[in-house]
Design a protein around this ligand. Structure first.
Ligand code: ACO
Length: 334
């Protein structure tokens, strides 16, 4: 197919969070921790937890429906659905196929994408390529997680960090000069052991023995990830800016992955951005992996914080290790 140059941008956004709130005070009753430690070291005050029996797809569908309505797009107009997640309902079928069916997206290709916390930016970038080259007109991109189902509630190093939620965006053609202007995707698999679920696939299938050893739950070397993250999250935005020769002062908003307020602050400092230009919701929701960036984007959009023409940098990092950013010129009217 001959490549045509269309601009891919955000037509609408949506988000959904489970109602159940788990506060730092609740966690003090479960593990040896304190509200003071969690707040100071991470910025998190509370997080949302999906009820038992509620799968990730349930959250994803609600976010998707909101995004479709916001975009004024019908499910049957979608050419593509990508769900970025590390907590899909099952290994097969993909959650994207579950959504294709439930939404009635009768003409959409559908697949899941695995890039952990960088997943939404990876997925949006992949979808944008199809729109840019003219192959597809409309794509639904979702970041959704139910990390609570993989938390070791006896491990204070990790159980205070994570939460559940879903964010979505409908991408489509936008006018010249708007939409995704550049992107930067990267990986360093040599750091793969730093965040993992040791028994979750063909290497060590889940068994009674692995469950007894809690190997089916999230393990993280927080210090290693922290060191990587403080460099990666600002640097990837700089890489994206360099590709279009855009000075960093032109960024109006930074929408970062929400893993730790100290990591977010260091990225803002690297980009010389005041914190009131950084979308932060970590205090309310914690780290929801692939769902963080789209929820922050959608929440800010629905609060009417962006105006047409604003330059928005999306930035994430996570397991893999992976990182991803894109520069987006907002095309929606208020
Ligand atoms: N409550 C109280 N004390 C705690 C807790 C807790 N919840 N957790 C750890 N501690 C203790 C440790 O045991 C340690 O005690 P010690 O000194 O007696 O050994 C002390 O606090 C300091 O521990 P550190 O690990 O050095 O704490 P740090 O300041 O590095 O914060 C944290 C830990 C929050 C995990 C931080 O390292 C971090 O945010 N890392 C990055 C995590 C991340 O970004 N993950 C993203 C990817 S997730 C994904 O892709 C799914």
């Amino acid at each position: 197919m001959t490549a045509k140059a269309y601009n891919a941008g955000v037509l609408g956004t949506g988000f959904y969070l489970p109602e159940k709130i788990l506060t730092n005070a609740d966690l003090e009753k479960i593990v040896d921790t304190s509200d003071e430690w969690i707040t100071e070291r991470t910025g998190i005050k509370e997080r949302r937890i999906a009820d038992d029996g509620v799968p990730m797809s349930h959250l994803a569908i609600k976010a998707a429906e909101m995004a479709l309505e916001d975009a004024g797009v019908k499910p049957e107009e979608l050419d593509l659905i990508i769900v970025a997640t590390l907590t899909s309902d099952r290994i097969i079928p993909s959650t994207a196929c579950i959504l294709q069916d439930r939404l009635g997206a009768t003409h959409a290709a559908a697949f899941d994408l695995s890039a952990a916390c960088s997943g939404f930016v990876y997925a949006a970038t992949v979808a944008a390529q199809f729109i840019t080259n003219g192959a597809y007109k409309k794509a639904l991109v979702i970041g959704a997680e139910t990390l609570s189902k993989y938390i070791n509630w006896e491990d204070r190093n990790t159980c205070v960090l994570f939460g559940d939620g879903a964010g979505a965006a409908v991408l489509g053609r936008v006018d010249d000069g708007y939409g995704i202007l550049s992107f930067d995707l990267g990986s360093d698999g040599s750091g793969g052991d730093a965040i993992q679920i040791p028994s979750s696939g063909s290497l060590a299938p889940v068994s009674k023995e692995t469950i007894d050893k809690r190997l089916n739950l999230i393990y993280m070397n927080g210090k290693e990830v922290f060191k990587f993250a403080v460099k990666a999250m600002g640097k990837t935005v700089v890489n994206s800016l360099e590709k279009i020769d855009m000075p960093q002062e032109q960024i109006d908003w930074l929408v970062p992955h929400q893993a730790n307020i100290r990591i977010i602050q260091s990225a803002a400092k690297r980009l010389s951005m005041p914190m009131d230009k950084v979308i932060v919701n970590i205090h309310k929701y914690g780290n929801m992996s692939a769902a963080c960036v789209p929820i922050a984007l959608a929440e800010a959009a629905h609060e009417k914080r962006f105006k047409k023409g604003d330059v928005i940098a999306l930035s994430g990092f996570g397991a893999g290790l992976t990182w991803a950013s894109c520069i987006l010129r907002w095309s929606k009217e208020d």
